[in-house]
Design a protein around this ligand. Sequence first.
Ligand SMILES: Nc1nc2c(ncn2[C@@H]2O[C@H](COP(=O)(O)OP(=O)(O)OP(=O)(O)O)[C@@H](O)[C@H]2O)c(=O)[nH]1
Length: 620
Amino acid sequence: MTTMESLIGLVNRIQRACTMLGDYGGGDNAFSSLWEALPSVAVVGGQSSGKSSVLESIVGRDFLPRGSGIVTRRPLVLQLHKTEQGSQEYAEFLHLPKRRFSDFSLVRKEIQDETDRITGKTKQISAVPIHLSIYSPYVVNLTLIDLPGLTKVAIEGQPESIVQDIENMVRTYVEKPNCIILAISPANQDIATSDAIKLAREVDPSGERTFGVLTKLDLMDKGTNALDVLEGRSYRLQHPWVGIVNRSQADINKNVDMIVARRKEREYFATSPDYSHLASKMGSEYLAKLLSQHLESVIRARIPSITSLINKSIEELEKEMDHLGRPIALDAGAQLYTILELCRAFDRIFKEHLDGGRPGGDRIYGVFDNQLPAALRKLPFDRHLSLQNVKRVVSEADGYQPHLIAPEQGYRRLIEGALNHFRGPAEASVDAVHFVLKELVRKSIGETQELKRFPTLQAEIAAASNEALEKFRDESKKTVIRLVDMESSYLTVDFFRRLPQEIEKIGNAANPATPAAPAVDRYAEGHFRRIGSNVSSYVNMVSETLRLTIPKAVVYCQVREAKQSLLNYFYTQIGKKEAKQLSQLLDEDPALMERRLQCAKRLELYKAARDEIDSVSWAR
Ligand SMILES: Nc1nc2c(ncn2[C@@H]2O[C@H](COP(=O)(O)OP(=O)(O)OP(=O)(O)O)[C@@H](O)[C@H]2O)c(=O)[nH]1
């Protein structure tokens, strides 16, 4: 008994959790439905077939709305919990937790009100179920789903489609292989025309999950009986048919007590000349017990597959959640933290590229080792120091008075003119490194997995990084140009001191210790060639210096800065942003956010269900 109570109770609890998370079978759902895996009993019948009466008689209480037309417009999941003898009966709605109804007429009113809350007063139908639990010593543990009565015509104020809508809704419940169908047919109607049997036959042709219930036996014409149906000759089902005698409308009007009605029903069968031989297997109390036992055995058989479905779903959902990433916090502080973490993740990868953990940083060395030396080599010094140009520059610098000893001004002009050429390769190195860094930013953003979800933040980080790189580039350019200008502003004196002096050579001609130098004609070509070659040596020396110092400046101004403070300015800007702007930065694809939310809810449901099942297994 404990097992039975706990098994049906278990399914009840899981069903409630399902409903709270919007999983109630039927409706569209992007997820596999746990609800659908749970066995349940759906009550199906044509209008006025006596569905409500059967349910009330199983419960032993008046609590369902009555009236003309389609009264049941939302599924009612009725969970019956047997309590100890002597304890008070009460009802509870899932949508009104903690409120106990002991007056069952208020339960009826709440069902009506809650139906209207979702469907409006329009007499529309809705697939969202109402959950009602009844705790009573007079019930058996059982869960029944009351569905709108199948109808053939719409009444006034209802759309024509309602007939089909109701059938579709009922069908979504009964076509599930785990649904036990309680098919209600009135005995005073030909069974061949029963809406309930018609639908049951369609969805359960072998009749293994259909329980046939025949109401209104007392209303049959005198001299006729329903033995052909009750004994399974008219329509065969795997389970025996159960005959029922509910309260008549007159009884209801007279407020005949349900307990009295149950007793009268028992007496009816016991004393009926037609049905007394079946009396022990007739009536609403017997039906309730039969269903309870059947439901329990079905649940027991299904537990292993439900457990494996749950475990499989948990595994899949966890995998999907991993893939989707953690949900974004709602408060500004946590969002700021998330943004900074994402920036740091990007920054880490960017640094790895520079430091050799990832490829790309070596391209910077390529600039220093190949590009810069090649550019320096290609500078047009040959042209600048051609004999003709040297002559021209020196003469111009001399003016009307040709130089007497050495063309000081001429040298300076030739050197300055040559050094100016170094600006080009210096700036080109800065640009080349800039483009390598930019490319590494782009690569690093792509490689930061955590950022993938946030296209806006990606774009912002890229923009901020590029802006910072531009600044570093400007600074770097200024520095390398300064290096070049420094070379122009003060020439290396030692170089010229070490040059052989033509004058001295001439003066020493008489000295036999030194070989006699040919007398130099200061205005002959040889003289200018020597000037050209001296300037060329000087320029080569400077070129060698710059080849070594430009990389130092570039690394100092660009690479080192990028490593240390690529996002510094961005960080200060982020710190000033309002909550709304922060969440804009974290604006994920809404579909993705929704999916994560749904996954999380689902996961919670499945985990709760697993815990429930575990707790029952322990109790057994
Ligand atoms: N005499 C007698 N009347 C019954 C029996 N079952 C139901 N009735 C009456 O038939 C009418 C319809 O019964 P309900 O239980 O309201 O039927 P329903 O299928 O729930 O109807 P809807 O919710 O409108 O679809 C009521 O007046 C009941 O009193 C029965 O076994 N015998």
